[in-house]
Ligand binder design. Structure first.
Ligand code: TRP
Length: 347
């Protein structure tokens, strides 16, 4: 009996929502009417009005960093009074690193008329932005939102898409690499060639290499099952491996570090979680902070802000993360000054 009653309530809420959103109007061409925030004049969501905000979260794959972001996002929302199962309802979907799953999930979110779609990582964000033109799309941790075609500019995204970026500097990571293992002449770039987030970082690596007389050898993959072989092919040819903030490599990071440790090759990476999973070091951002920042943007959108008018937020602080266990396994000593500077040493 209770269940039936709840279902009726939910469908009633949905139709009220649909009506009020339709009244709000989300014309995409006329700028003056381009209002994609989910809040509207008939009252804001999540307050005493009893409206439940429907949030779809799409994540390309489960790896530690993306899970950290999602958890921090949900926790921050709750801290701010938006609690899953109470005034908001979160529908979390993991695409298991398959493009077709991404498309299916985003089409479903469209059919479900979600109030807000949160897309974690670039591949998910590209699928969400492609499928949804009227629904606010909030991306999280997209390394190069402009290069990936998600927004026109960081300051003025335009359209219905904005979010947070985890852009890091390949040059800074390479400078750190040179402090830890000086004398690198050849560097292997290990990444998924269809991840635009990785391509922009690898391009910067190439710039660094040409400025500093290094040779870059690339090994690209298209899915996690190819990572081991690609890492092996590099390990015998290079002085060090560089892997950017690549979702496919991150999902197979324990295998990469195994291969690299056997070959005694240092692996420099783009994110702290990849250091935790056996990479040697990075200059990276704090993904808990990024998840929380994404939640703060979500709240602004819920309360009526237009994503197109919200600048993309970057994480300005980068910190050193190193793995002492990995250093020991490949037979190198981490310099004292690097250890002192590090915000976290995994052992
Ligand atoms: N920046 C990645 C993207 O744009 C997503 C990401 C976040 C990531 N944290 C990571 C990838 C850690 C690898 C490792 O898609």
């Amino acid at each position: 009996m209770k269940k039936v009653f709840r279902i009726i309530t939910v469908s009633m809420v949905i139709s009220v929502l649909a009506l009020s959103l339709a009244a709000c109007g989300t014309g995409n061409t006329d700028k003056s009417e381009n209002r994609t925030g989910v809040g509207n004049d008939s009252g804001s969501y999540g307050g005493d009005t009893g409206k439940v905000i429907e949030i779809g979260i799409v994540q390309i794959v489960e790896h530690p960093s993306l899970n950290t972001i999602r958890e921090a996002f949900i926790e921050r929302l709750a801290e701010k009074g938006y609690v899953d199962g109470e005034n908001i309802r979160i529908d979390y979907q993991n695409a298991q690193n398959e493009q077709t799953n991404l498309n299916t999930i985003c089409q479903k979110f469209k059919a479900d008329k979600k109030d807000l779609v949160v897309a974690i990582a670039t591949p998910s964000a590209m699928a969400a932005a492609g499928a949804l033109t009227d629904t606010p799309v909030l991306f999280s941790a997209c390394t190069d939102p402009v290069g990936s075609g998600l927004v026109k500019s960081l300051d003025k995204p335009g359209g219905n898409v904005t979010g947070t970026s985890d852009a890091v500097s390949a040059k800074k990571i390479m400078e750190l690499a040179m402090r830890i293992t000086p004398g690198i002449k050849t560097i292997g770039a290990l990444y998924n060639s269809s991840e635009s987030n990785s391509i922009s970082v690898v391009n910067e690596l190439k710039e660094y290499a040409s400025e500093n007389g290094l040779e870059v050898i690339e090994a690209t993959v298209t899915n996690t099952s190819e990572v081991q072989q690609a890492a092996q092919s590099l390990a015998s040819k290079v002085d060090a491996i560089f892997s950017p903030i690549d979702n496919t490599v991150a999902a197979a990071m324990p295998i990469v570090s195994q291969v690299a440790q056997t070959a005694k090759v240092p692996v420099y990476v783009g994110a702290d979680s990849m250091v935790a999973d056996g990479g040697l070091a990075t200059y990276g951002i704090n993904y808990v902070e990024l998840g929380r920042e994404t939640a703060d943007m979500a709240i602004e959108i819920i309360n009526g802000k237009n994503p197109g008018e919200m600048p993309v937020r970057m994480m300005s602080e980068v910190e050193i993360y190193v793995n002492k266990k990995t250093a020991e396994a490949i037979g190198i000593t981490l310099p004292e000054d690097v250890l002192n500077e590090a915000v976290q040493v995994f052992e």
